[in-house]
Design a protein around this ligand. Structure first.
Ligand SMILES: [Zn+2]
Length: 1026
């Protein structure tokens, strides 16, 4: 029986296969571009999130695989082996991350392996694109963070591989910002930018009109001088259906062994040609790109490359198409060579919706505490790097490196976006706090060094041990709260990281009510003592316990406020002492509290606050005839639970409201009015989980609103998305303005998109935009601006109205993969409850056209708050023996108000990275939207500058070289007027010119800096000034 069957099979095989035998096939994977054919560029890639469902480390080593089988180490090991097997294969890699992903993998390789990998990079088989530490989000990060995290990656690529990335690769972020296009693209010297996610209606139109590929001018001010070729993928960032080849993927492999069943070469070739032709129909030129990979693929790279080898071989043999291994750089060059004119794109790609009821605008606000933590540390990192430079970088001492790394991965599109799982959010926060502790030590030692520099006593001073208070936002500060023993006083050193002088109110909690403040010359300065609100005491006690594991040792009862006056890039010192007298001094505030039974008016200048039973009204008197009143209120959206016809719920990403409920004061609103010499403030409790303090400062025209929201009740099973609204009678005609990553403002028109005819299905969430700096609206008589302290979502849903979403607590997952409900809690011994959020927003009303001055300059002060450091002294011992005021600039020099110092950092090689930014857009302000000048000699007045070279934004190439290499694309119609940039720097004068919105980056060498070994850049840049 057995023998019979065997011979029958042999006969059948011989009949079917016509005598063909199976043997080695040499696949021809060599092909290059064939200009006259349709070229299919196969781009092998893996999308390796720097944390999402698992932490960045868990993804790297492949642990916690019950959540998801993903191991980045496998990806890199197997890809490198596959590339070494065939010199025609290519791969791109994106995420550098110092302590995980590529850089970690690289450090773990043998010398021999490194030599091989370097060859792969040199030959272009392995190409780094994007090249930041992560693929940052584009809605919620600040532009300085985006620059910093990309710079870290670019520096690594430059120093290890001598390479400069050419392509932006933001394939996954949920919408795309104008700042990404011009600043994080063109200013890095990128030739192109690619991504997947744009609004589904926009994509449908672009597919029809073949306008997925455009020239994007992201900046009104810089126009065509900062534009980039941008490609939106026709679908997602994965291959066409049927061409995904990880081990467990279901696509049919090419079966070309004639001795086996399922031989399917012609069938698969036909499938390939059909999928390619479908894409040709929606793409200009005869080049199309296939994204061969997706999330965490290539863990077994052979399974992909084996199939691609075969497709290249057989489809090219078929002859209808030309298929090749490629990269986005090769693809970009092919597009450029086609000499085509491309449509022009301006503004941005927000908001993003993938379906009619699915606007990804909830994540603009998701995890507001984490967003604030990231923003706070971003400003702190900027100041810490300055102090590191002013002291001199010490590689063995504490540095800012750890904070730099933690901040870098926190910009990932599932980090600061708030769209990761809870344990991953905790991992990001832990990294940030560890980085902070290092930087805190550095800041303390730098201030100690700078303050000890008084010439007569230098060398005799033991280092001052400074303490700092990262929890000042909940009025927790052990050094200022401590009871001072008799004869002792508290020294507060106040550091200003901005390039101009500041006078600002500083607030610290104190235990005694008999305190006075003196400046370093012994002169008493005006101060004000305020009560700590009950709500502040509650969250202070609860959160210190929950996060530090102990109760506050002291019982601070008051807040002491005084005005600090601080020189640019420098510090001043103040002394707080206990007078021991029990009488209330002139600094005490006048406090009245009780229920609201009569109208209360607060404010002595042009801005007045009126409280009545209806709530808060802010009135700004712009002139005797022109006054504008804004009414403030709270409400919450009921997040959809997705049980109607469309199962789309509101969740971590998606905002889908199902009605809105105003929050009315419960019973009689409780008000506490505090009036004092520096500012007046009103404490208001709206209900048991929303309260706020509104402040009006003497001599300032804005209101500062400090809100405390939470725990949001969840017992009723309703998702709540809490907003605050400002309502005026302004006639704003559906128009408002929101910033792009804290930089340019973009005009928004309600229910309208510039690029297509918008079908409105979600009139609320479809009009939400990300806000990092602020939102404003104008009419003929006034302009109302709101500035924020972190990334939030916001909109203007009715004329004359602005709203911000402050906090969200959800009950459903929104089915976008995170698979966990966004429900943040804080846990105390007695149990867990919803997270409370505290933050600030600022409101100012100006005459039309006057608002920019405040938004830009005060915006810098929000981003870079004064940094406080504390130490105790006996008598006046510290003050008498230390340098109590300091500025790094030449005396009396300060930066113009339209220029910010974005980066001042000593690099490992001893060079100094300097970035200067013009803060205003073209036409934004009559006084400040003009060319600005900065005198480098006055900026570094105690140092001798020996070399200044201008570089790309990430400092990885000389600016002139970058401009020489830049591709000049043709645009359909007019590309706009040529923008003139700031001129070349005269070697003698060393003056930097900046046109509106221009950022210029320099590497500076000083004579007094010790040259470090292995300084490669030394040989690469010839531009030496002296
Ligand atoms: Zn991703």
């Amino acid at each position: 029986m057995a023998v019979k069957c065997f011979s029958l099979y042999l006969i059948l095989a011989a009949v079917v296969l016509g005598g063909v035998s199976s043997e080695y096939i040499e696949y021809n994977t060599k092909p290059r571009i064939v200009p006259e054919k349709i070229n299919v560029h196969l781009v092998p890639h893996s999308h390796d999130d720097v944390g999402w469902l698992k932490t960045v480390d868990q993804y790297y080593v492949g642990s916690n695989n019950s959540i998801r089988g993903a191991c980045v180490q496998n990806v890199l090991d197997s890809v490198i082996a596959s590339l070494l097997d065939d010199e025609n294969r290519k791969f791109i890699y994106v995420e550098m991350v110092r302590f995980s992903v590529f850089e970690r993998w690289w450090r773990q390789q043998s010398k021999a392996k490194k030599v091989k990998v370097k060859k792969l990079v040199d030959s272009g088989q392995l190409e780094f694109i994007n090249g930041g530490m992560c693929m940052h989000d584009e809605a919620t990060p600040h532009y300085i963070d985006m620059i910093d995290q990309t710079t870290l990656g670019h520096q690594f690529i430059k120093s290890e591989f001598g390479q400069v990335p050419r392509v932006g690769w933001q394939i996954d972020p949920f919408g795309h910002s104008a700042v990404q296009a011009y600043l994080l693209g063109a200013e890095f010297g990128f030739d192109s930018l690619f991504f997947a996610r744009i609004d589904y209606q926009d994509r449908a139109k672009r597919l029809r009109e073949k306008t997925l590929e455009v020239i994007w001018q992201g900046s009104k001010s810089l126009g065509s001088s900062s534009q980039i070729f941008t490609g939106v993928f026709p679908r997602h960032y994965d291959p066409p259906d049927g061409f995904t080849f990880e081990i467990n993927d279901v696509s049919a492999p090419v079966q070309d062994d004639p001795l086996l069943f399922d031989y399917n070469v012609q069938e698969r070739v036909n499938d390939f040609v059909a999928a390619a032709l479908a894409q040709v129909n929606v793409t200009r030129t005869n080049h199309i790109m296939w994204l061969m990979g997706t999330d965490f693929r290539y863990q077994y790279a052979y399974s992909w490359f084996r199939q691609m080898d075969k497709f290249i071989h057989y489809v090219n043999k078929d002859g209808r198409l030309n298929v090749l291994y490629s990269t986005p750089s090769i693809y970009t060059d092919a597009k450029y060579a086609a000499n085509e004119s491309w449509p022009l794109k301006t503004d941005d790609f927000f908001p993003y919706a993938d379906k009619p009821n699915a606007y990804w605008t909830g994540y603009f606000t998701s995890r507001p505490a984490f967003k604030k933590y990231v923003r706070d540390l971003s400003g702190y990192y900027l100041a810490a790097r300055q102090l590191e430079f002013l002291r001199g970088r010490n590689s063995s001492g504490p540095t800012t490196d750890m904070l730099a790394d933690a901040l870098a991965i926190a910009q990932h599109h599932d980090a600061v976006s708030g769209t990761q799982r809870q344990h991953v959010a905790a991992d990001y926060a832990l990294r940030l706090s560890m980085g902070y502790l290092q930087a805190e030590k550095l800041v303390a030692s730098s201030l100690s060094f700078l303050s000890a520099a008084k010439s007569s006593t230098e060398g005799k001073n033991p280092g001052t041990k400074f303490q700092q208070c990262p929890l000042l936002n909940i009025s927790y500060c052990p050094p200022s709260e401590a009871r001072l023993p008799s004869g002792k006083s508290l020294v507060v050193v106040v550091y200003n990281s901005l390039g101009w002088k500041r006078e600002e109110v500083v607030r610290v909690p104190v235990s005694s009510e008999n305190v006075i403040v003196k400046d370093a010359s012994g002169k008493e300065v005006v101060s004000q003592l305020l009560p700590l609100s009950d709500i502040t005491l509650r969250i202070r006690n609860e959160y210190v316990k929950a996060y530090l594991g102990r109760s506050p040792r002291n019982t601070a009862k008051h807040v002491l406020a005084f005005t600090a006056s601080v020189p640019p890039l420098g510090f001043s010192s103040y002394v707080i002492s206990d007078t021991g007298r029990t009488s209330r001094g002139p600094s005490a505030s006048d406090v009245t509290s009780g229920s609201m039974n009569q109208n209360v008016e607060v404010g002595q200048g042009n801005l007045k606050l009126f409280y009545s039973e209806e709530g808060l009204k802010m009135t700004r008197y712009l002139s005797t005839r022109n006054q504008v009143t804004a009414e403030q209120s709270y409400a919450y959206y009921i997040g959809s639970n997705g049980t109607d016809k469309d199962p789309q719920a509101s969740g971590a990403y998606v905002f889908r409201p199902d009605g809105v409920l105003p929050i009315k004061s419960q019973g009689e609103a409780q008000l506490t009015v505090v009036r004092g010499p520096l500012f007046d403030e009103v404490h208001q409790d709206f209900n048991s989980w929303i309260s706020q303090i509104t402040r009006v400062y003497k001599g300032k025209n804005h209101a500062e609103v400090e809100f405390t929201v939470g725990p949001i009740p969840a017992d009723d099973g309703i998702s709540k998305e809490v907003i605050t609204k400002l309502t005026t009678t302004m006639k704003t005609n559906g128009t408002f303005y929101t910033d792009s990553n804290g930089r340019d403002f973009i005009k928004r028109i309600r229910d309208f998109r510039t690029d297509w005819d918008l079908q409105v299905y979600q009139p609320v969430s479809g009009n939400y935009y990300p806000i990092n700096l602020g939102i404003y609206m104008q009419d003929k008589t006034s302009e109302l601006s709101v500035l924020v302290d972190r990334a939030v979502g916001g909109s203007s849903l009715e004329n004359g109205q602005i709203e911000l979403m402050l906090h969200r607590r959800m009950q459903h997952d929104d089915i976008r993969g995170v698979g966990e409900i966004l429900n943040e809690t804080v846990c105390l011994p007695e149990g867990c409850k919803g997270l409370t959020i505290r933050g600030k927003f600022y409101v100012q009303i100006d005459k039309p056209g006057d608002g920019a001055k405040w938004r830009r300059t005060f915006g810098q002060e929000i981003y870079s708050p004064l940094l406080l450091a504390f130490t105790e002294q006996e008598g006046d011992s510290w003050i008498n023996s230390h340098q109590t005021t300091f500025s790094a600039f030449e005396p009396s020099y300060s930066l113009p108000k339209n220029v910010a110092l974005l980066t001042l950092q000593e690099l490992e090689n001893g060079k100094v990275l300097l970035r200067l930014a013009h803060l205003f857009e073209v036409g934004e302000d009559s006084e400040y939207s003009v060319m600005a000048k900065v005198e480098l000699k006055k900026l570094f007045h105690n140092k001798k500058i020996s070399q200044v070279k201008e570089t790309s934004l990430s400092g990885n190439q000389e600016k002139a070289e970058m401009e020489k290499r830049r591709l000049i694309w043709k645009v359909e119609g007019s590309a706009g007027e040529e923008v003139k940039r700031g001129g070349a720097i005269d070697a003698e004068k060393l003056v930097v010119e900046l046109v509106p919105m221009e950022i210029r980056t320099f590497l500076i060498k000083f004579d007094d800096h010790i040259e470090m070994v292995g300084d490669r850049e030394q040989q690469q840049f010839a531009y030496v000034l002296k």
